[in-house]
Design a protein around this ligand. Structure first.
Ligand code: THU
Length: 141
């Protein structure tokens, strides 16, 4: 896995923040944006999309991952995630939920980078291994 430049990570963080503008969140008013960097350099974006029946709600991270996989892209290097109450810039870092961590495990290596973004210049960086160790997998990547 080649290193990702600081500028590429900054751009990914900015895209995650921008995607919060598309969140459909009439129930939680908690807007999450995600930007997923594929190993081939493509970027797939996502936002959270809620539903009156609640359980069909999909997180921003899974929106981005499923958009990519549905276009034949299955190898990923990093994801940036930005979340917080609608109408304001994120005050805190927004970690991915357990279901999204499980979906990342399906398609991403243990060194997959996860950026928790407050601003393009203020993010915390983790690996999937750090956030989701000892995970359930049937396929070894
Ligand atoms: N949400 C995400 O989009 N990603 C996460 O990892 C955590 C939660 C969304 C789902 C729901 O629309 C809102 O945040 C509140 O739970």
């Amino acid at each position: 896995m080649k290193d990702i430049s600081g500028n590429a990570l900054r751009q990914l963080a900015a895209e995650a923040l921008r995607m919060r503008g598309f969140s459909y969140t009439p129930y939680s008013h908690f807007n999450v944006g995600a930007a997923l960097l594929a190993e081939d350099g493509r970027v797939f974006t996502g936002c959270n999309i809620e539903n009156s029946s609640f359980s069909p709600t999909v997180c921003a991270e899974r929106t981005a991952i499923f958009k990519a996989v549905s276009e034949g892209c299955t190898r990923f290097a990093a994801i940036a995630i930005a979340g917080g109450p609608a109408g304001a810039e994120p005050a805190d870092y927004c970690p991915p939920c357990g279901v999204c961590r499980q979906v990342m495990t399906e398609f991403c290596g243990r060194d997959f980078k996860i950026l928790l973004v407050r601003t393009p210049d203020d993010y915390k960086e983790y690996t999937l291994e750090e956030l989701f160790p000892f995970s359930f997998e049937l396929l070894r990547r």
